[in-house]
Structure formats: C-alpha cells, structure tokens
Design a binder for this molecule. Structure first.
Ligand SMILES: Nc1ncnc2c1ncn2[C@@H]1O[C@H](COP(=O)(O)OP(=O)(O)OP(=O)(O)O)[C@@H](O)[C@H]1O
Ligand SMILES: O=c1[nH]cnc2c1ncn2[C@@H]1O[C@H](CO)[C@@H](O)[C@H]1O
Length: 434
C-alpha cells in the first residue's frame, strides 16, 4: 500500500519501515492486506465527437446515460465506423474506472465483480477491457457469461457534454450466487453505482447488487454509492433517498445529482442534507472543485488552520482538519465540511472531463483503505485511539481527490495510466518540510 495524501507529512510513514519506534509489527509475520470490492456493469467506452443532429438522428437525449436496443446499436456503430468518428475504445464503467484508479493510486489490490465473456477473441471488447485494466485489479471473481460484455458509446458534443448510449450485451447478468460473502465481509469497502439498479426483464444485476449490499451491511463494511447520472435519480428521488438512508454509508455525487436527490442546488447544502442519511459525503462541483462533509466526535474535532470560508453554512470549514467518523461512533457528533478548489486552478487545457469524479472517489477510497491497512498492521497506534473511517483529515483528502481528478483532466481517458508523483514539482520545498 502506497500511502495517500501529502507524502513526508508527519503522520505519513510507510508501515513497512523497520523503525522500532513506529513499527510494532512482528518482522516474521507478513503484513495483513486490505482491499476494496466494486461491482459494475462491465463495459468498454467507444468515444466519438458528435453534434446535436447526430444525437437526434439516433433518438438520444443529450447529457443522459441511456440503454439502447440492438437496432439502434448496430446503426450507431456502423455510422461511427463508416465515418471514421471513433476517437478511442477503452475499458470503462463508472465503478470499473474507480477500481482501476484506486489500484493505480494505492498500488494495491481491488476486486472487481461483474461478468466477463467466457470465450474471448483477441481484439474483442472483452479482450480490450482486460488489457486496459490494471494488473492490481483482481478479476478472478468475474462471473463468466456466454456472450458479449456491454458497450458504452460516449458521445461528446462541442460544449464537452457527454451523452452515454449503452448497448448492454450481457453486462447485467451477474447473479446473486456469484457474490462471495467472505470477500465482501472482509473488505474495507463495497463500491456500487446507481446504474446497477437499472435492469430489465431477466437481468439479475440488481438482485446481485442487493445481495452484496446485504452482506456488507451485516458485517459493517462501508457501502459506497456513486450516483452516476442525475436522470436516474430524478425518476424517483424518494426511493433513492430511502435506499441511501437504509443501506449506504458513503455517498459520492456531483452537484447535479446532489440537487436531484436532496433538492438543494448548493453543493454544500446538498452534502449537508445527505449527512442525514450517511456518514460521509463527497460532492464534486466541476470547475468549482469539491465539497466533503462528515462527522467527528466532539472530543476529536480539529480546527482548521486555513481561513474560515463563508457559504450557506457560515464558517463551514471550521473543523476540516478532523478525520471522518461514523455518526454512530460519536458520543457527540459534530458535522465537519471542507471545500477545495481544483488543483492549480485546473489545467490550462482540459482534454477530458469524463471520469474526473470517478477518480476523485478512487482517491477517497484510497484514504479509507489506508486507514484499514494501518489499523490492521499497527493496531496500537495512537492514531486508532480515535475510531475514524479515514486516515487523513477532510481537508487533506479533499486536496488529494482534487489532485487525482486533475490527472484525468489532462489525459484522454477516464483511467489513470500512472500513479501520482512522489512529490509535486510545482510545490515548494517548504511545503514538504511541514
Ligand atoms: N472545468 C474544470 N476545471 C477545473 N477542474 C475541474 C473541471 N471539471 C472537473 N474538475 C475537477 O474534477 C473534479 C470532478 O469533476 P466533476 O464534478 O465534473 O465530476 P463528475 O461530474 O462526477 O465526473 P464523472 O461523472 O465523469 O466522473 C472536480 O471536483 C474538480 O477537481
Ligand atoms: O449505465 C452505465 N453503467 C456503468 N457505467 C456507465 C454507464 N453509463 C456510463 N457509464 C460510465 O461512466 C464513466 C464516466 O463516469 C464512463 O467511463 C462510462 O463507461
């Protein structure tokens, strides 16, 4: 496990170090590993630049992720190929991207659950998915199916808006009995997306997801839900609010999805509302950066050393130096919020915003899993006197997540090709000495 956040920070020390003061590990025994599990509809993204007329021609609604039938799929595919419009074809899926990015950032194991074609031809979409996924993502638990995985036509217009057209193949045929109870119950987190609830006919993905959620809830493993697209949530916000309240511990959304589920346009108020249902909230807000909200026990709260920020909640970042806790573990829960502007104000030129939110979530998961890893291996550390769910403070995680998203913005795909640098060249030496 590579540790998250600012490296060379006073709380940052690799637990493998053979320092007798900080390392209480028996050198004979191997380090215990932590891992996270994610469930996804296994898809390959087929990206192309299009205009409104193109979307109209195929009856696609701009900005939405929609499932298309085989006639539309064939017509769309033929048209894209005929006119040589495909920019790239690369493994995708919102949770698949998150697992991949987590494994790249943490240099550690994540497990992806879903389906995979049992007969794979070189060059096929299934083959491409496997080739474009980090070798740190454990694919051994994928369920074989007799047919194709999904395809996600990622159509980007002049304004940068993305329209997803999903040709499902057998991506929704994951069965509940393919979910390994121990695998879920021993993990640091279970990651799911709202898309998994969009199934029809004989598709079993929703039941499989609910099975995994049940196992995680029983064992107190945090369930992390990413909302995916506002259109799904808008169809029945009350159902989603109830689902989140009953089964989810950590909620990741962008401001549009935040509005859809909470009714609040302001991402800070949306995050605050969602804290009524969950323990921790990440709300990304594009060029405005990112908001985080969580709980801390009064005795563990830590005041920020940064300027206090105005907003719909006055001085909302007052306790952003706190590590997040589950509400139920707090005797006197205090709400803590943080906001961070995009790293370096955002890149000069954005190559792609697709997957920036997935990558932010991967960074947050890295911090949560690092906490579990540290707890497993150095249980007596003073750090774990506080029953926190994160290794770092809200302020620190938020910076880390923004930094990770930046990396997606400056490349052409939602999946990171390499980890973050050990130290940022753009930051002065003094920063690293703190
Ligand atoms: N135009 C931008 N300028 C600067 N930073 C940006 C911009 N767009 C996104 N970011 C960075 O990426 C993060 C996530 O972006 P965004 O809110 O667009 O996620 P999202 O809509 O959930 O993305 P996706 O669903 O594609 O994963 C932001 O918090 C910010 O740090
Ligand atoms: O219905 C869906 N299921 C799973 N993933 C999806 C769906 N629609 C879009 N994406 C995925 O979202 C990622 C960006 O966040 C894209 O890579 C795309 O594959």
């Amino acid at each position: 496990m590579k540790f998250p956040g600012r490296r060379r920070h006073k709380h940052y020390f690799p637990v493998e170090d053979k320092d007798p003061l900080t390392n209480q590990i028996n050198p004979e025994s191997r380090l215990k590993r932590s891992y996270i599990v994610g469930i996804d509809q296994i898809v390959v993204d087929i990206e192309a630049k299009v205009d409104q007329a193109f979307l109209d021609e195929f009856g696609l609604q701009r900005g939405m992720s929609q499932v298309i039938d085989s006639d539309v799929t064939n017509a769309l595919y033929d048209r894209l190929k005929l006119n040589d419009m495909v920019d790239y074809e690369f493994a995708g899926g919102t949770v698949g991207n998150t697992m991949h990015n987590y494994s790249v950032l943490a240099d550690d194991r994540s497990v992806l659950l879903g389906v995979m074609s049992e007969n794979i031809k070189i060059g096929s979409y299934a083959y491409r998915f496997l080739c474009n996924t980090s070798s740190r993502v454990d694919l051994n638990y994928l369920q074989p199916v007799d047919g194709p995985i999904g395809r996600c036509f990622t159509l980007i217009d002049e304004s940068g808006e993305r329209t997803f057209a999903i040709s499902a193949g057998l991506m929704n045929h994951l069965r509940p009995e393919s979910i390994d109870k121990n695998l879920i119950q021993e993990s640091s987190a279970l990651v799911i997306s709202a898309y998994l609830m969009r199934t029809q006919g004989n598709e079993t993905m929703t039941e499989a997801t609910m099975q995994a959620v049940k196992y995680a809830n029983e064992a107190g493993v945090p369930v992390v839900l990413t909302l995916g697209t506002k259109f799904l949530i808008e169809q029945d916000p009350t159902w989603w609010a109830n689902f989140v309240n009953d089964h989810v511990d950590i909620l990741a959304m962008n401001e549009e999805e935040g509005l859809a589920i909470t009714g609040f346009e302001d991402p800070l108020l949306a995050a605050d509302k969602a804290l009524e249902w969950v323990d921790f909230v990440i709300c990304t807000a594009g060029e405005k950066g990112m908001f985080m909200a969580g709980y801390v026990d009064d005795q563990h709260k830590r005041a920020t050393e940064y300027p206090l920020l105005p907003g719909a909640i006055a001085d909302f970042n007052r306790y952003e130096f706190s590590r997040a806790m589950r509400k139920q573990d707090c005797q006197q829960p205090v709400r803590a919020y943080s906001h961070t502007a995009p790293f370096m104000g955002g890149p000069d030129s954005i190559k792609n915003t697709n997957g920036a939110g997935d990558c932010a979530l991967a960074a947050v998961l890295h911090d949560i899993s690092a906490n579990e890893y540290h707890k497993l291996n150095v249980p007596n550390s003073a750090k774990h006197g506080q029953q926190a769910i994160t290794y770092s403070s809200l302020a620190q995680i938020s910076k880390y997540a923004n930094r990770a998203s930046y990396e997606v913005l400056v490349q052409h795909s939602p999946r990171l090709t390499r980890g973050l640098p050990e130290r940022e060249d753009c930051l002065e030496q003094a920063y690293w000495e703190q």
